[in-house]
Design a protein around this ligand. Structure first.
Ligand code: ADP
Length: 632
């Protein structure tokens, strides 16, 4: 077949543009990326050869070579290789979700974008940081023909028939002017040692005369003793295994021996991966069996609520000769999963106790994911509850549930909480006013998952969870935290009787509300909405509506603050002679709409709301301007 020309997917062109303009200080990382791909290709071939041993042509390795005259550097592997379809599908599009996320984040501003490259790493395409052209000569394992992919990174690439001795892939980088440093063997040796020493295969430099020098340690990092591994090596392995370029927040390397023997080298990232909230909730830790890579998509290896973990698990006991699908149901795998889960939760707990500030950063990133475990994994529920942290109305720090219970006021027998979309908004909720005034702590919950674990748990340390936006507040019987707070609370108790107003509001609002009553929880606002005792919490209902799980809205209870000047005034009006329901209707509806707006709910009838508000303002202004002279 003759040479064919293809254009890059638009995103790739965008990416290449930036890579080419790159003033990136660590251009050398392109070599790490190419070696990483070569190593993956060998891993994949080794896995296939478990069922088809004929596929393996010899010991797997990665070979580097130089041609100073032609100014080329080649990275070759005898791994799985690619056929024509693989080539056009992978080297022309963006294969990896991380790279896609990178492109999505590109702002077009050079400085920002450069920095992003450092954070993401862009795989194969990073070769164009140093290359004026890149050739990929490749032959897929088990096939006859080979293919040559070639591009100068300027919008298009070509694919043509070629020949290659043996299977695998050779990436030849034609170095651009000014990149001569990559033609020096010591420089390459240094780069390999810094970034790729952890690779389990030999990375061999072949000189022009055919002399071979192995540049790396060539044993899988996790098989080495902890004391022989530097922090840098751990970090580089994380970058490779996770395709991530942040630093690990925690590294967990254990060699477990016993009924089951396995090694884990697990990492908790310091920044959240892009796919953290993918609906599939896949875990990403790679499974090896006796150093042979099996899969990076093993459902049974870790629970979904630990999907932020990266790294590898290498088992001595699982069978090499079963399919990935059968492996998922192996009882041994379930045991490994149990052991790993306990260890990870245990280590997290230690860190929470030792370094609370550092822990807060972790919780910020992954708390929402971990909380899924509270209702999904009863066996580990208590372990998760021990490490769960929450914002509350008492200060900026995070607290645990046990801390909360410990610090409860006298007479308080429930764990109070409020849910909402963000911290600022929930902490300003009117329903919190009475609790704040009396110094009763309320947990501020802002993750959607909070709507699920709270009802599934029901209580903690025999104290039921109670939403402050639902049911009666019942806070009058709880002692205030301090004397000043006691006074503040008492003020609210000695409130005027507003029954006449309540009667009028009930009649005027009729079916639009479930009930109207005096509030124990308001001190500053005039009104608020709460859900009835057995009704769905307002935020949960809003979430369900967004996801089309439910339609319409439940009617709510309108609570009024008898100490508020507006309520007092309306109460006088309600008692006055000549006042009718009709004459109070506008005020009643405006109160309700106000409460809905604060809650984040739309007003029920926007035109009517606008009309009523305009009428009220006009009346108010008429009072103010009655004596004023018109301006000249
Ligand atoms: P990533 O390696 O993160 O998937 P890259 O852009 O580096 O992203 O590579 C894209 C794809 O090209 C790889 O997923 C792989 O399928 C293929 N590829 C790259 N290098 C090789 C290689 N040496 N051997 C086989 N396939 C390769």
């Amino acid at each position: 077949m003759a040479q064919e020309t293809f254009t890059f997917q638009a995103e790739v062109s965008k990416l290449l543009d930036i890579v080419a303009r790159s003033l990136y200080s660590e251009k050398e990382i392109f070599l790490r990326e190419l070696i990483s791909n070569a190593s993956d290709a060998c891993d994949r071939l080794r896995y296939l050869s478990l069922t088809d041993p004929m596929l393996l042509e010899g010991a797997l390795k990665i070979t580097l070579s130089l041609d100073k005259k032609a100014k080329t550097l080649s990275v070759a592997d005898n791994g799985i290789g690619m056929d024509r379809d693989d080539l056009s599908a992978t080297l022309g599009t963006i294969a990896r979700s991380g790279t896609q996320a990178f492109v999505d984040k590109l702002s077009g501003e050079q400085d920002n974008d450069m920095e992003l490259i450092g954070q993401f790493g862009v795989g194969f395409y990073s070769a164009f940081m140093v290359a004026e052209r890149v050739d990929v000569l490749t032959r897929k394992a088990g096939q006859e023909g080979a293919w040559l992919w070639s591009s100068d990174g300027q919008g298009s690439f070509t694919i043509e028939d070629a020949e290659r001795d043996g299977q695998g892939t050779t990436v030849t980088v034609h170095l651009a002017k000014g990149e001569k440093e990559f033609l020096e063997q010591p420089r390459l040796a240094h780069i390999v040692k810094s970034y790729s020493d952890h690779i389990g295969l030999p990375i061999v430099f072949v000189s022009k005369d055919g002399d071979e020098t192995t540049l790396n340690t060539a044993s899988a990092l996790w098989t080495r003793a902890k004391k022989d591994i530097t922090e840098e090596q751990y970090k580089e392995f994380y970058h490779h295994a996770a395709h991530a370029f942040d630093d690990p927040w925690m590294t967990l390397h254990n060699q477990v021996e016993g009924v089951l023997s396995y090694t884990n080298l697990l990492y908790i990232p310091s920044s959240p991966p892009f796919d953290l909230f993918d609906p599939q909730r896949k875990q990403r830790v790679k499974l090896y069996v006796r150093k042979v890579f099996i899969t990076d998509d093993c459902e049974g290896l870790l629970p979904p609520y630990l999907r932020f973990l990266r790294g590898i698990v290498d088992s001595e006991d699982l069978s090499l000769n079963v399919s990935r699908e059968m492996l998922q149901n192996d009882p041994k795998l379930a045991k490994i999963k149990n052991g790993l889960t306990k260890r990870v939760l245990g280590e997290i707990k230690k860190k929470a106790a030792k370094a609370p500030d550092d822990y807060a950063a972790f919780w910020q990133n992954f708390g929402a994911v971990l909380k899924e475990g509270i209702y999904e994994d009863p066996a580990n529920r208590d372990r998760i509850l021990e490490i769960a942290r929450f914002h509350s109305t008492r200060g900026d720090g995070l607290i645990g549930l046990d801390d909360y219970v410990e610090a409860m006021n006298e007479g308080q027998d429930a764990i109070y909480y409020i849910t909402g979309d963000d911290l600022e908004q929930v902490s300003a909720s009117p329903q919190l006013e009475g609790f704040k005034a009396r110094g009763i702590e309320v947990l501020l919950l802002t993750d959607p998952v909070d709507e699920f674990w709270i009802p599934s748990l029901g209580s903690h340390a025999d104290k039921p969870f109670k939403s402050v936006t639902q049911g009666a507040a019942d806070i009058d019987n709880i002692a205030a935290g301090t004397e000043a707070e006691e006074k503040e609370g008492d003020k609210a108790k000695k409130t005027p009787d507003v029954e006449p107003l309540i009667a009028v509001l009930k009649e005027a609002l009729a079916d639009a509300v479930k009930d109207v009553r005096v509030s124990e929880r308001l001190t500053d606002s005039a009104v608020c909405l709460v859900a009835g005792e057995g009704d769905m919490d307002m935020r949960l209902e809003r979430m369900m509506r967004q996801h089309q799980r439910t339609q319409g809205a439940s009617t709510r209870i309108l609570e009024v603050n008898p100490a508020h000047p507006l309520i007092k005034r309306l109460n006088r009006l309600a008692k006055a002679k000549g006042t009718t329901i009709a004459s109070m209707a506008d005020a009643a509806h405006l109160l309700l709409d106000q409460a809905r707006i604060v809650e984040g709910e739309p007003v029920a009838d926007a035109p009517a709301f606008a009309r009523r508000l305009a009428a009220m303002m006009e009346k108010g202004l008429a009072g103010q301007t009655a004596g004023a002279k018109p301006a000249k």
